[in-house]
Design a protein around this ligand. Structure first.
Ligand code: ATP
Ligand code: MG
Length: 346
């Protein structure tokens, strides 16, 4: 199976290198092809998402992505900025489902923004819709009758868009043998009323999944008060953006959390939730575990290798239990030493 490696900018190449070392230990079924993306691609080829990079991403069975973002490119026109590469990939590949597991390794309880006894209960997946909602509706600036400037962004979802993300939510909950909480604002928003109706209709197909509904404001509170109650959360693009960042801080360092962005064929792009971290790039300080855990998600969701994914996750836990700590976790180990620790655990 072909893996597209898109390491990108800053610490991206450093963390992707460690993930490939780990993948090579658990399976010999993968071949790799690399291509530049983001600021690196702009500097080499004049565009953040060159045609050959997009073509590789389309041909590959899965994509392992580092990060994009380069301070040298801040002044470029919007369409040439590194961040456009990831937006372009999501759109071109129709990656509409963003899965972000938030799980606190017990060894890192002190890294959470929550009290340790609350933080250790966190083990959830947030399923966020990625291609619709207020981000993609009509937007603009106009002048009101009384001469005031007025900005507007239309929020809309059609039932097909809700159905396909709801299905991912149910299937994710089913695979974990658990519960699904659908988060909306149905007391105020028409989009949320539709969302809730569609989710309830679909629940007939998933009798083994325990479904509940929660308003987004209550969910924000419950994530801090009692995060152990959540297993899988499914929600729209805007609410998911906010809740997944909140959940990630509850679960510890930004250097620990993986993500997947999937299309409707289980093809996906896998990346750490962090950015290119230009402040520490090239210094060997980056924690590669988020990318290593993203590679495990890739094995599980796109490549049909769940046992190999389990092995990687167990090795990360074992490395942490053995004291592996990069600077973001309060230690002194380098990026490569963190990779070594996972390899040793394997
Ligand atoms: P983006 O806009 O791409 O999300 P950002 O500016 O929001 O980027 P990051 O690049 O994620 O943020 O960096 C935020 C902070 O977290 C920085 O101080 C960075 O050094 C730190 N950081 C990010 N990733 C890691 C990592 N893997 N290991 C250690 N520290 C990290
Ligand atoms: Mg950021």
């Amino acid at each position: 199976m072909l893996i597209a490696l898109l390491p990108g900018d800053g610490i991206g190449p450093e963390v992707v290198e460690q993930a490939v070392r780990v993948l090579n230990v658990v399976t010999d079924k993968l071949t790799y092809e690399s291509a530049p993306v983001g600021g690196a691609a702009y500097k080499a080829q004049g565009h953040p998402l060159p045609a050959a990079t997009l073509d590789l991403a389309k041909r590959a069975d899965a994509i392992l992505f580092g990060a994009v973002g380069d301070p040298d490119c801040d002044k470029l026109e919007r369409h040439l900025r590194p961040e456009q590469a990831i937006l372009g990939l999501r759109k071109e590949l129709a990656l509409f489902a963003n899965l972000r597991p938030a799980k606190l390794f017990p060894e890192l309880a002190d890294a959470s923004a929550l009290r340790p006894e609350v933080a250790t209960q966190i083990d959830m997946v947030i399923v966020r819709e990625l291609n619709g909602d207020v981000y993609f509706g009509e937007k603009g600036m106009r002048t009101t009758a009384s001469g005031l400037r007025e900005g507007y962004d239309i929020m809309s979802y059609d039932e097909a868009e809700v159905r396909r993300i709801a299905r991912v939510g149910f299937e994710t909950a089913q695979a974990r043998g658990g519960k699904l909480c659908s988060v909306d604002k149905a007391n105020v928003l028409e989009t949320s009323q539709l969302w809730r109706d569609v989710v309830i209709e679909m629940s007939a197909d998933f009798p083994d999944v325990e479904l509940s509904h929660m308003y987004v404001d209550n969910c924000a509170m419950q994530l801090v008060r009692n995060p152990g109650q959540f297993d899988v959360i499914v929600t729209g693009n805007l609410f998911g953006d906010i809740l997944s960042d909140q959940a990630s801080m509850c679960a510890g360092s930004i250097g620990m959390l993986p993500s997947a962005s999937l299309d409707d064929q289980q093809k996906g792009l896998y990346e750490p939730i962090h950015g290119s971290a230009p402040d520490i790039a090239g210094q060997g300080k980056a924690n590669p575990l988020a990318t290593i855990l993203s590679a495990a998600m890739m094995l599980r969701y796109s490549l049909g290798l769940p046992d190999e994914a389990d092995r990687i996750e167990a090795a990360v836990a074992k490395a942490l239990a053995g004291g592996a700590r990069s600077p973001d976790l309060g230690g002194t180990m380098t990026t490569a030493q963190m990779g070594d620790a996972v390899l040793a655990a394997l």
